[in-house]
Design a protein around this ligand. Structure first.
Ligand SMILES: NC(=O)c1ccc[n+]([C@@H]2O[C@H](COP(=O)([O-])OP(=O)(O)OC[C@H]3O[C@@H](n4cnc5c(N)ncnc54)[C@H](OP(=O)(O)O)[C@@H]3O)[C@@H](O)[C@H]2O)c1
Length: 175
């Protein structure tokens, strides 16, 4: 099974200016196109409760509308917080256990969709195979970093391409 990280990042390394900053509020349409297509290909996505809430509170039902049939797993210690949403499953297993379980269910690709806590937890399992980082021509100066704990993973730039006038997609493989 392949595990990919999909993130939009500022040129100075942040994924949000604060914990509750919704990423669709500052990323451009090329990023949303990329995100939808990468996740559509994966068909299975995982994110943390904070990220989920930034999006769900602004646009309830957006995941069902833009990605019908996709499986969305949300990390939370409080499953009640997501029980009102369709096609959302609360999870709290460590990432290695979750990946093993999904693999046994026949899942081919899992898209890890943030935020910082969840990107970091998956990266630290050494189970992530690829990173797709859409670097936007934006600066926050401070905010939520892509990762929030020390990492030792080695990565290699697989390819890079401009997505639009103001962003570049960096595609890395994790060695
Ligand atoms: N630019 C991008 O591409 C992008 C993508 C995604 C997110 N973001 C940004 O990232 C920021 C949020 O990131 P974040 O790191 O603060 O939060 P997060 O990773 O989205 O979610 C953290 C929450 O997930 C739950 N959680 C984490 N580990 C868990 C575990 N082992 N078991 C059960 N639940 C667990 C906890 O919720 P409970 O309180 O329920 O325990 C925790 O508070 C926002 O600014 C968002 O916009 C940006």
């Amino acid at each position: 099974m392949k595990v990919i990280i999909v993130a939009a990042m500022t040129a100075d390394g942040f994924i949000g200016n604060s914990t509750n900053h919704r990423s669709t509020a500052w990323t451009n349409k090329e990023d949303r196109y990329l995100f939808t297509h990468l996740v559509k290909d994966a068909n299975n996505m995982v994110m943390g409760l904070t990220t989920f809430m930034t999006i769900a509170q602004a646009a309830p039902g957006v995941f069902n509308k833009t990605m019908p049939g996709r499986r969305l797993l949300v990390y939370t210690h409080n499953p009640d917080k997501v029980s009102g949403y369709q096609n959302v499953e609360a999870v709290n297993e460590d990432p290695a256990t979750l990946v093993k379980q999904l693999e046994s269910e026949g899942v081919k690709t899992l898209a890890v969709c943030g935020g910082s806590q969840i990107y970091t937890a998956f990266m630290r399992t050494n189970l992530v195979n690829e990173l797709y980082i859409d670097m936007q021509a934006t600066l926050f100066g401070r905010g939520v970093p892509l990762f929030n704990e020390p990492l030792t993973n080695k990565i290699t730039l697989h390819d890079s391409k401009p997505l639009g006038p103001n962003n570049i997609l960096l595609h890395y493989t994790v060695n």
